[in-house]
Write a protein that binds this ligand. Structure first.
Ligand SMILES: [Ca+2]
Ligand SMILES: [Ca+2]
Length: 382
């Protein structure tokens, strides 16, 4: 019975000695954006849910405003009851004030409250990266006040870039870029002199100026660790050549093992070069070699990706490709190659190995001899 008494004594102490919300951060959790979800307040280093029982529309509006999330989209609703047993909830009371910081918070045990409060606010602030080849690299752009705008590179550093990458689910920042590295973005500049500490969860939580003194040559950009890209080099154009991929922060050549018809189709599609025409093989020219193991996916980036894995790569040459969009498709091709690329077994092409047999390819419209490529004489294997 001692525990019972202490529990109630503790409860009464908490209720009798409430604290102001002002010194305690507030957040919305689990709703898909920082502007929707369970209302939580940080108390004693723990994010604690707020009880639905004592909530009202005025409180909802105050929280939306406090979080720079515009207005409520409706009244609060009850959250799931799946929170762990003995969850301690918070109660917020705001006597005669419309300022959240002036409200009081106190503890309530589950006996008094079984559900957290969930609110939805409009989120007029959307962050994206543009012009960098993936959603995890590019020029920083913000949708705010109904218009897309850029971010000025004054004071733009790795801390600001980290917050940006994490907010986008893109890992951490590899590089903070300025001087309109990805070209000028929207002419409206929403933020200048951003000063994140690096711990913020959202760029709008960082101090910044909304008035700027910047030009179109000063737009900020970033490359995040989750950025993935593919390019070809040494070929006739952007649709043929040795394949190079950017993953985990480095460019690498690709081991030609484990490449099937589906993988080539994804590759040419990712390059924006139409359908797959043929495979070529090269020497590895970059310090990292990367292997792809793909299974039931329509995106190369969903494949398992390995770096410098000798067990997978073995003696593999560097993968090259010619896609439909390339000038090289007009080159006269040794018949063996077309046999390789059209052969299939029950609709699924087998992996094609490179050969020691090299041929020289002339590029249409250009008599210059391009780099050698090789193929195994039409031998397919499982
Ligand atoms: Ca900064
Ligand atoms: Ca400035």
């Amino acid at each position: 019975m001692a525990g019972y008494s202490i529990s109630y004594l503790t409860l009464w102490i908490y209720i009798l000695i409430p604290v102001k919300t002002g010194s305690h951060p507030i957040q919305l959790f689990g709703g898909g954006s920082r502007c929707q979800g369970i209302v939580q307040i940080l108390r004693k280093d723990v994010w604690m849910p707020v009880c639905n029982r004592f909530w009202n529309d005025t409180l909802t509006a105050m929280v939306c405003k406090e979080l720079n999330c515009g207005n409520p989209t409706g009244s609060a609703v009850n959250g799931e009851t799946t929170l762990s047993v003995n969850t301690t909830f918070l109660r917020v009371t705001c006597p005669d004030t419309d300022l959240l910081k002036a409200c009081n918070i106190s503890f309530v045990t589950e006996a008094y409250c079984r559900r957290p409060v969930v609110i939805n606010c409009t989120d007029p602030f959307v962050l994206r990266l543009s012009g960098g080849g993936s959603s995890c690299a590019g020029r920083v752009e913000i949708f705010h006040d109904g218009v897309w705008g850029s971010v000025c590179d004054d004071g733009w550093d790795s801390l600001d870039a980290h917050v940006t990458c994490r907010q986008l689910g893109c890992g951490n920042a590899l590089q903070a870029l300025g001087a309109s590295h990805y070209g000028p973005g929207p002419s409206k500049i929403h933020l200048d002199e951003i000063g994140c500490t690096g711990a913020e969860r959202d760029l709008r939580d960082c101090p910044a100026r909304h008035q700027h003194d910047c030009t179109a040559l000063e737009h900020a950009g970033v490359i995040c660790t989750n950025h993935k890209a593919v390019r070809v080099s040494g070929g006739a154009d952007n649709c043929s050549g040795r394949v190079e991929v950017f993953t985990d922060g480095v460019w690498g050549t690709v081991c030609e093992d484990h490449w099937f018809e589906d993988e080539f189709a994804m590759l040419c599609n990712t390059l924006g070069c139409g359908s797959f025409v043929r495979k070529t093989c090269h020497n590895h020219s970059l310090s990292t070699y990367t292997s792809f193991i793909c299974k039931d996916t329509s995106s190369l980036w969903n494949c398992s990706i390995y770096h410098k894995n000798h067990n997978i790569c073995k003696e593999s040459k560097a993968l090259g490709v010619v896609c439909k969009g390339s000038l090289e498709t007009e080159t006269s091709i040794p018949t063996k190659t077309s046999i390789i690329t059209t052969a299939s077994t029950a609709g699924k092409m087998k992996s094609i190995k490179c050969t020691e047999l090299f041929s020289e390819v002339k590029v249409a419209g250009n008599s210059k001899l391009k780099e050698q490529y090789s193929f195994r004489n039409s031998k397919l294997y499982s």
